[in-house]
Design a protein around this ligand. Structure first.
Ligand code: PGA
Length: 245
């Protein structure tokens, strides 16, 4: 029997961008996807304020929805926070946890990220767990050690290919236009693969653009992309999705 391989996922993370005016990009994307023979799953992670509205405008299109973060508790007195259950209720099938911007802006540790992933699982959401080294760590040869430590600390024991996606995002590549070489991406993804289920998706993220998507997505053990800036415009995002068309 042929070895099954993970179904790729291309997820767009709008971060703290987008008001109702951005709904037109989601609508455009839904229209563009009609003409594409998709060999991957497509996901949008809009800001929480837009999840329901995006859900409405992409109805019927093959677009999944994800949150950008969740609290580790299911509910309670946590002003401003959003629970995994709330995201599920709003129509999400996944949530990003441990994005480097959250680790930096909100001091999230591996343990916090792991608890958030556990909350996602408990709510029936896929946890997209982000890991990645800083430039200093790469320059001092610590990349694989950092990745391994973050994997062990951030990914709940018992995670499966069905409920967890790993996103490798070198911190220095996020929003900078810089990317690692395909050899560097391949080395990290192979090391992650050694520590995970063979069917668990391992996304690459960090300055993925239409111009570099095909090359990055062709690297062994890269099972899709987590896209920031280039997911904000449907015309760019579709260019990345087409790496799998
Ligand atoms: P970028 O962001 O594509 O804008 O570099 C990636 C991410 O943070 O997920």
């Amino acid at each position: 029997m042929a070895q099954k391989s993970p179904r790729p996922l291309v997820a767009g993370n709008w971060k703290m961008n987008g008001t109702t005016a951005a709904l037109k990009e989601a609508r455009l994307l839904a229209g563009m996807l009609k003409d594409v023979r998709l060999k991957c799953e497509v996901m949008l992670c809009p800001p929480a304020t837009l999840i329901s509205a995006v859900r409405t405008v992409v109805k019927g299109a093959r677009i999944r929805l994800g949150g950008q973060d969740c609290h580790w508790n299911a509910n309670g007195a946590h002003t401003g926070d959003i629970s995994a259950e709330m995201l599920k209720d709003a129509g999400c099938s996944a949530v990003i946890v441990g994005h480097s911007e959250r680790r930096t802006d909100h001091g999230e540790t591996d343990e916090i990220v792991r608890r958030k992933a556990e909350a996602a699982h408990a709510a029936g959401l896929i946890a997209i767990v982000c890991i990645g080294e800083t430039l200093e760590q790469r320059k001092s040869g610590q990349t694989l050690a950092v990745i391994s430590r973050q994997l062990k600390g951030s990914v709940p024991a018992g995670s499966t290919a069905a409920n967890t996606v790993i996103a490798y995002e070198p911190v220095w590549a996020i929003g900078t236009g810089l990317t690692p070489t395909t050899a560097e991406v391949g080395e990290v993804h192979q090391s992650i693969r050694r520590e995970t289920d063979p069917l668990m998706r391992i996304l690459y993220g960090g300055s993925v653009k239409p111009a570099n998507a095909a090359e990055l997505m062709a690297v062994a053990n890269v099972n899709g992309a987590l896209v920031g800036g280039a997911s904000l415009k449907a015309a760019d995002f579709i260019g990345i999705i087409k790496a799998y068309a």
